[in-house]
Design a protein around this ligand. Structure first.
Ligand code: AMP
Length: 230
């Protein structure tokens, strides 16, 4: 299975991506993580990318596109891959599509976790971390997982906030890029949707409502992906 996953920050894309990776046993290729690895190792690529990443901007296509296309050619991608964080604009989407066509590779599914901007922002800013267990979900803006006063709703543990979750400016900047239908990630998604319309439903587009609790989103996503295999 070759899958691309889209979803704004706060949509649970990382969590759903991890489930897909396990289920289909394919490498989860995250452009942001590749950049962070290169920065940590001090590679040339890392040095070039760092200044953009630190400013919250996209790394230029000349760096990003070849990096991802090379990654997809590695051995562990032979039986499929899950691409996450790329493409983030229409030119990356087009470059990816053209490169895959050239290699005779196809995209089996383009997954979009659909979540409106306001909800996505609240998801991030309302998140509270339980000191006893980071997997205890608590969010002051989501009724289903509202903390018990100022304590964890599951174990009563003390709650803290992640400082980057409260950086409203950074969240807005990321969402500006994601929800931009002209030059941003939404435009990349629309590129595949248009393609699919013209091309008899290929690549397959799978839209999943990102509003329900994580497990329900996973259930819907998996049933739609499994239907593709039948
Ligand atoms: P992420 O972990 O996906 O949020 O990515 C962290 C940062 O890496 C982003 O804010 C961008 O600066 C950079 N980045 C990740 N993916 C891309 C991409 N497809 N194109 C350009 N820059 C990217």
């Amino acid at each position: 299975m070759n899958i691309i996953i889209f979803g704004p920050n706060g949509s649970g894309k990382g969590t759903q991506g991890a489930v897909i990776r396990q289920k289909f046993n394919i490498p989860h290729i995250e452009s942001g993580a590749i950049f962070r690895e290169n920065i940590a190792k001090g590679t040339e690529l890392g040095k070039k990318a760092k200044e953009y990443i630190d400013r919250g901007e996209l790394v230029p296509d000349e760096i990003t596109i070849p990096m991802i296309l090379n990654r997809l050619k590695q051995d562990d991608c032979k039986n499929g891959w899950l691409l996450d964080g790329f493409p983030r604009n229409p030119s990356q989407a087009k470059a990816l599509w053209e490169a895959l066509q050239k290699e005779g590779m196809q995209i089996d599914a383009v997954v979009e976790i659909v979540l409106d901007r306001e909800t996505a922002k609240k998801r991030i800013m309302g998140r509270r971390l339980c000191e006893n267990d980071p997997n205890h979900p608590n969010n002051i803006y989501i009724d289903a997982i509202k903390p018990n006063g100022d304590r964890c709703r599951i174990c009563g543990g003390r709650l803290t906030v992640r400082s980057d979750d409260q950086d409203e400016e950074a969240i807005n900047k990321r969402h500006d890029i994601y929800y931009d239908e002209k030059n941003g990630t939404m435009a990349a998604i629309n590129f595949f949707k248009e393609l699919s319309k013209k091309n008899n439903g290929i690549p397959r587009i799978i839209e999943v409502d990102g509003r329900p609790p994580v497990e329900e989103v996973t259930k819907e996503l998996m049933s739609k992906l499994e239907a593709l295999l039948k």
